[in-house]
Ligand binder design. Structure first.
Ligand code: ACO
Length: 436
């Protein structure tokens, strides 16, 4: 971090001016280091929603929201999505560099050999209603992993952190597929380690003990791409949650469970599910003919509905992942003979209309990755209730990489935001409420 630049904050209430160092990253906006502000002035900054606050220093992922650029360890997502598979991407995010052939074999082998979960986990599921949302099961089961792996919970030990990372990456597909199988009353399918990470996951999702599961390379590659595109996204809500939970010294399984809980929200990971529900609804009400009416509703603040899959806190341009996802959508639908899928046609028309509409143009609202990912996942056979689980599966590596980076920082502190208090000032409990 370079520190040649400085900023001076002056006050109109007689408080002495405070000077702050300004740090520059390798790319992206400079930051003001305001850590000494409170000590020097007795004042806090106020930034709910983190609109202007960098909460940490990171070397993992970079987004240029105006350009519509996403870099994993410096590599553009367009190149990662084409030249790497998901486990290469995991290696890159966790270690900072792409794996050599040998490193890749070692890493993939370790992940694939940890895919089974303790047999007792299968009984854990029985406590849940069959119609539970699979994300409820996932939050619980991932948190419960800590109960099984006491041998890797020393977060100050890099080897323990590495083993936990491998366990989480390896067991997420197994747990996600178990959550699905439980919801439809089918037997759990054990992992088959001779398959690739993604093919194994698809087999655990869609295979049954009654017949051999046939791996389809096009569909496997499409799901692999979904995982790559969702693998990390710098300091989003769930990642920040993982970091905050981790800052207290909580174990990695508990931290990732906290991330999964945050991801569940419709403004974050739940958006692809919400987007498909929205497209289905438009389709049922008349399809393309009705787009104008719906767009009117999306623009009306009183309607309480937004165009799901559009807009992003950081991207004020086309989300680069949305372009890749639209491409994958074409490939999957062609492979399945669904080129004329009405929902895809509807989505493309809706995108075109919204991109030409003044409301969306002025606010720089573009499709995000979730606009097309729901259609792809539906075509692959995933029910909408599983979409956020797939996102959680993909994002697990990003959460671990960010958590690991934070724990490794020499001056790591517990996250403890302050507040602007506007409640009652000190007062005494009135006589009538006193128990004398
Ligand atoms: N449809 C209609 N209007 C929208 C939309 C939308 N999808 N998104 C934002 N706006 C409007 C807001 O109403 C606001 O209008 P105003 O300036 O007239 O008040 C303006 O655009 C700015 O929006 P904010 O809500 O301030 O933007 P913010 O950065 O806080 O929110 C968010 C980003 C939550 C993603 C929002 O765009 C949204 O709710 N989109 C739909 C949900 C979605 O697709 N989420 C997925 C995010 S990507 C991910 O998690 C992988």
């Amino acid at each position: 971090m370079s520190t040649e630049k400085k900023a001076t904050l002056t006050f109109t209430d007689g408080t002495a001016a405070v000077e702050f160092p300004i740090y520059g990253g390798t790319i992206g906006p400079d930051v003001l280091d305001i850590r000494k502000l409170y000590g020097a002035s007795g004042k806090f900054t106020f930034d709910p929603g983190f609109m202007s606050t960098a909460a940490c220093e990171s070397r993992i992922t970079y987004i240029d929201g105006d350009k519509g650029e996403l870099l994993y360890r410096g590599y553009p997502i367009e190149q990662v999505a084409v030249h790497c598979d998901f486990l290469d991407t995991c290696y890159l995010l966790l270690n900072g560099e792409l794996p050599t052939e040998e490193q890749s074999q070692d890493f993939d082998g370790r992940v694939l050999r940890h895919t089974m979960v303790q047999e007792q986990m299968s009984r854990f599921f029985l406590g849940f209603r069959r119609d539970s949302h699979p994300m409820a099961l996932l939050v619980a089961c991932v948190g419960a992993l800590a109960a099984f792996y006491h041998d890797s919970l020393d977060i100050q030990n890099p080897e323990h952190r590495f083993v936990s990372a491998i366990r989480l990456l390896a067991k997420m597909p197994t747990l996600v597929s178990m959550a699905y199988k439980y919801s439809i009353g089918q037997p759990f399918i054990y992992p088959k380690n001779s398959l690739s990470y993604t093919a194994n996951f698809m087999r655990m999702m869609f295979g049954t003990p009654c017949e051999e599961y046939a791996v389809n390379d096009v569909l496997t590659r499409a799901l692999d791409r979904i995982l790559i595109l969702h693998a990390d996204h710098e300091q989003n809500a769930s990642t920040s949650t993982v970091r905050l939970a981790g800052s207290s010294g909580a174990n990695p399984f508990a931290c990732i469970a906290a991330g999964i809980a945050t991801l569940w929200g419709p403004a974050h990971g739940g958006a692809n599910e919400a987007c498909l529900v929205m497209l289905d609804d438009i389709q049922r009400q008349g399809g393309i003919e009705k787009i104008g009416e719906y767009v009117g509703k999306f623009k009306d603040k009183n309607s309480g509905v937004k165009l799901m899959g559009f807009g992003h806190r950081v991207y004020k341009n086309y989300d680069p992942r949305a372009k890749l996802m639209r491409e994958t959508c074409h490939e999957v639908l062609a492979e399945l003979g669904l080129e004329n899928d009405p929902l895809f046609a509807l989505a493309m028309k809706l995108e075109q209309i919204a991109l030409e509409d003044d409301y969306f143009v002025k606010r720089k609202l573009y499709p995000n990755v979730d606009f097309y990912s729901g259609i792809v996942q539906k075509a692959l056979g995933f029910p909408t209730s599983m979409f956020t689980c797939i996102f959680a599966l993909a994002r697990t590596v990003g959460w671990i990489a960010q958590w690991n980076e934070m724990i490794g920082e020499p001056d790591q502190k517990i996250g403890r935001p302050r507040q602007l208090y506007t409640g009652p000032v000190r007062r005494d409990i009135p006589q009538q409420f006193r128990r004398d």
